[in-house]
Unconditional design. Structure first.
Length: 116
């Protein structure tokens, strides 16, 4: 039996949530899963391992409105995907405003979520 060692539960993302680099205003990929402390992104833009990034993305709230998020993130790892020009990437959040962190917590815990 495999034990789970992650500290924060990760909610799978059913919809397409695009991630934009706030510095270049270009889409770098889409979120695969999301936790209070980080995210898995299928990147379609070249990224640098161990680099710091500022990202924007929008979460769809069950009450039918979007939640705008802007986070500072550290790229911990990347693994080239089988599709050319794509990579799975793991980010740890290093800066997130308190109000957005609370909204993220509520989105992760909302009914109907699937977790990894």
């Amino acid at each position: 039996m495999i034990e789970e060692f992650r500290r924060a539960k990760r909610r799978k993302v059913a919809d397409t949530i695009l991630v934009t680099d706030a510095m270049t205003d270009s889409v770098i990929g889409r979120i695969g899963n999301l936790s209070e402390t980080g995210m898995l992104v299928m990147a379609s833009a070249p990224l640098v391992e161990d680099a710091l990034y500022q990202f924007r993305f929008r979460l769809h709230d069950p009450r039918l409105h979007d939640i705008a998020m802007e986070v500072g993130a550290h790229l911990l790892w990347l693994d080239r995907a089988s599709a050319p020009g794509q990579a799975w990437t793991g980010f740890r959040f290093i800066a997130i405003p308190n109000d957005q962190a609370e909204q993220l917590r509520r989105w992760i815990d909302a009914p109907g979520g699937q977790y990894e």
